[in-house]
Design a protein around this ligand. Sequence first.
Ligand SMILES: Nc1ncnc2c1ncn2[C@@H]1O[C@@H]2COP(=O)(O)O[C@H]2[C@H]1O
Length: 627
Amino acid sequence: MPNDLKNKKLSETAKVLNAKRKGFNSSSQNHQKKNFNIKIALRKKKTEVDSKVSLIVRVFRRIRQLTIERRGVIYSGAMQLMDNVVQNVEGKDLLFDPNDYKSRYQFAIPSWARKTCALLPEQRSEIEILNMASLMRQLKIFRKYSSKMQLLLAKIVTYERFGRRRVVIRKGHIGRCFYLVFSGTVGVVIQGDEDRAFVNDEKPVNILRKGDAFGELALVRNTARSATIVCLENTEFLVIDKDDFLRLGVHKYAYEEMLERCNFMRSLEIFKTWSDEALKEVAEGGRHVELLCNNVVEVDTVLSEFVYFVKKGQLDVVRLLDLSVLNEEKCNYYSSSTKDSFQFITPNNSPCRTPHLLEKRKKTNENQLSHLYQLSLYIANKTSNLANLPGLSTELNLGLKKDETLKKDCMLSFKTSSKNETVGLGTFIKVDSLTAGQIFGLNYILSEEHQNADCKRRFILVSAGCELIRIQKSLIKSKADQSTLAKIKQRSIPYPSDAELNEIFLRYNRWRCFKENLVDRIINYNQNMEIAKKNISIQVPKYFNSNSISVDQCTWLQEEVSPLKASSNSCSSDTSRSLPSFFSLKGKIFAPQSTQRTLMITHGGIRHMKIGSDMRDLLQKTKCLTT
Ligand SMILES: Nc1ncnc2c1ncn2[C@@H]1O[C@@H]2COP(=O)(O)O[C@H]2[C@H]1O
């Protein structure tokens, strides 16, 4: 009986539980269904909204397109606001020009602007004038004019376009217009006819690009044209008529710029003896050039026609160094990683002709060397007195092959590589940095016997962000008096020779290899120590193994550290050579104070490296250090 009762009760509870489970299942199924339906409904709604939004976007795009096509209006309120902001900012002493970074940068004059230029001034609407002014603000020279003048010019400016070899201005003709170059390049020829601009060895005296202007002299002086201007490629100009030029006073700006050049030159010691007339004549032929960082100013200083005066910023002088003249033994100094990072250069002289570099080059501006330039190493000393360079010994064997000093200037030596390509090994090395008031190229105006060796060596001029004045060598030469020439002769100190630069490079490279190897070894050591701790049969790795790297690190450390006196400061942050008292290789002192120590290795500056307590033990074991 009790058993029956028990069974009954059990079956009843089982029934109840089953019923509950069923109920639960059905309710969760319902819930899922509901969720699913909501999801589908939401998705439908979303696609509907999406299609509506894309339709609206398309309609607006079309309206904008039609407006631009019909009325040429692109100058929105937002654009105007932005221009105002930029104008306000322009007055401040910014380190960069915001206009250089405008996303609306045009490489050629757009069709709406051509249409505007074709209209008579009185037919141009206010918005069209604003559009034109906004476009013209891309030109550096235009930005120098006041906002009022900009609008007045935008109202009267006309458009002209000429193909390659077309003469824009012919020397001796009457001047009728002033030209602003918007796209393309033109050559200035003073002697002979325009064909000289296209003869290889007789280059034009000057090349003008986007943002440059010409044709002001004849208008201001009321004389004949002083030079012939010929298009070197398809070139677009914005043109200002002589009457407008004089009426609006544009000539005052041109005159002011010339005066600025004149005053700058007058402030330089080298031109102190010059008459005002001579200085003015030279300044008139000069041009202002503003360059962003990493733009190449001159690819080959030997072929250059110009002397460069740094007005603001910094101009770097870079030399392409032939590393293949170093013998095999010296070449071994490059660790595999270091070797990879140096550029192989093909015989046609261009630093960027290898396929992967070409690829990169295509992506960047034609005139930029940035990726190669990163490799350059800075040498502050422009004299050949190497004793002044930190830690350099002139007795150091250069590793130059006999009779293989640099015969052909800047031409790298080429070898056939494993892939049957002719390759050379070179690196760019910065030999000088010119700052405001310094000049590059004055040496060239001396007679050949007085020129220093640098006049026959090719250097590359690279802007580190600078404003330059560019004047033809011939123009300065024609006006230079005896005392100026004597001053130039006196000041001409050549840059370090290639042999010296090679030495500097080797030393730098050795230091770099050493650092890399040291870091590798520390990492390697730490990893192996972990293994060694677990498995006693494995030998504890040696940290210093003088056979495995080309430079004996112990010697290096001693060499680096030897001039240091153990001081009581734990770590000095100034740039003079100093060491914390607890670490001195020479004195073999190592005071264990905590688990972390700072190993300082100096080479013309201080470098820090953290080492752990195991490292300290190891240094002691390898007898580099004793407690
Ligand atoms: N050395 C020069 N470098 C650049 N531009 C020049 C040089 N000499 C003359 N020009 C320009 O060439 C123009 C020729 O016509 P203009 O004489 O009216 O004005 C001249 C200057 O604007």
